[in-house]
Design a protein around this ligand. Structure first.
Ligand SMILES: NC(=O)c1ccc[n+]([C@@H]2O[C@H](COP(=O)([O-])OP(=O)(O)OC[C@H]3O[C@@H](n4cnc5c(N)ncnc54)[C@H](OP(=O)(O)O)[C@@H]3O)[C@@H](O)[C@H]2O)c1
Length: 251
């Protein structure tokens, strides 16, 4: 165990990885950085920091980890839709009196005139799509796909990272394997290839997956956009730069 304070970054996003790398360099000798990821997908880069792969075992497990690893600061830089780990981070930091910051990228700001409808969740999205869609590009991941399977008049083209789970397979689903980022040309080609008439996606924000939104706008395809879950209370920034400034103040 070192004498310098230790920072745990909850990751799984590009911003989290950038923060980990920059913090490791910028605060070298002043801060020990641990980067943590759920481990469902392969890391997209080699890390200069210590890396922990796999869950903690809920909020209590995370609190135990914070104590046993002598973590003094936690930055939750997980995806805006990763609500379980964020709730666990909130609970664990509260119970261990650990400083916590949320780093969440801003949502996409859709230009005036964009055809989009906001949905509360997949169930709501399915109801909306049932009114007009025939060939839908789905980029919401593999969870909650069950909500779509009853819509047998609609063909769903579901983009997943890696192999689709067998449990998710349905007659009206076609899985497309793809790992972001995707260029605008790739997104336009996908829309053309499958004759897509609607896009179902989440309000993720960020640059790695924004081209599907731009492509849908270009082709005047309606977007059904699932709203973000409410964020946990507490200090919050939207950029790596602001997270680094916050860290500087804490040290
Ligand atoms: N949801 C999305 O759309 C999305 C998109 C891109 C990337 N991601 C990333 O993928 C990961 C999983 O997303 P999810 O929506 O399944 O999250 P989730 O529902 O909030 O988390 C499920 C469980 O996965 C473990 N976990 C999640 N993030 C972790 C991390 N950074 N380090 C260690 N364990 C973690 C935790 O297990 P324990 O309870 O055992 O600790 C958590 O309870 C997140 O790290 C997220 O940043 C998610």
């Amino acid at each position: 165990m070192t004498d310098i304070p230790r920072l745990l970054i909850l990751g799984g996003t590009g911003e989290a990885a950038n923060l980990a790398e920059t913090a490791q360099t910028q605060f070298s000798g002043r801060l020990g950085v641990i980067y943590s990821m759920a481990g469902r997908t392969k890391p997209i880069r080699d890390f200069v920091t210590a890396v922990k792969v796999g869950g903690f075992g809920g909020g209590i497990g995370l609190a135990d980890y914070i104590i046993s690893e002598n973590i003094k600061i936690l930055i939750d830089a997980t995806h805006p839709f990763a609500k379980n780990i964020s709730a666990n981070a909130y609970d664990a930091c509260l119970s261990t009196d650990t400083a916590r910051l949320s780093l969440t990228r801003p949502p996409w700001d859709l230009p005036p005139g964009t055809k989009f409808i906001e949905a509360d969740d997949m169930k709501h999205a399915a109801l909306i799509l049932s009114g007009f869609a025939k060939k839908v590009l789905v980029t919401t991941g593999q969870s909650n796909l069950n909500e779509l399977k009853k819509l047998t008049d609609i063909r769903f083209f579901i983009r997943v990272m890696g192999k689709a789970s067998e449990k998710a397979t349905q007659e009206n689903y076609t899985f497309i394997d793809g790992f972001p980022p995707f260029s605008l040309d790739e997104e336009l080609a996908l829309i053309e290839k499958y004759n897509i008439d609607s896009l179902l996606t989440k309000q993720s924000g960020g640059t790695a997956t924004v081209n599907k939104i731009i492509a849908a706008i270009r082709r005047r395809i309606p977007i059904v956009l699932i709203r973000r879950p409410p964020p946990e209370p507490g200090e919050h920034v939207e950029s790596v730069e602001d997270a680094l400034m916050w860290l500087e103040q804490k040290l």
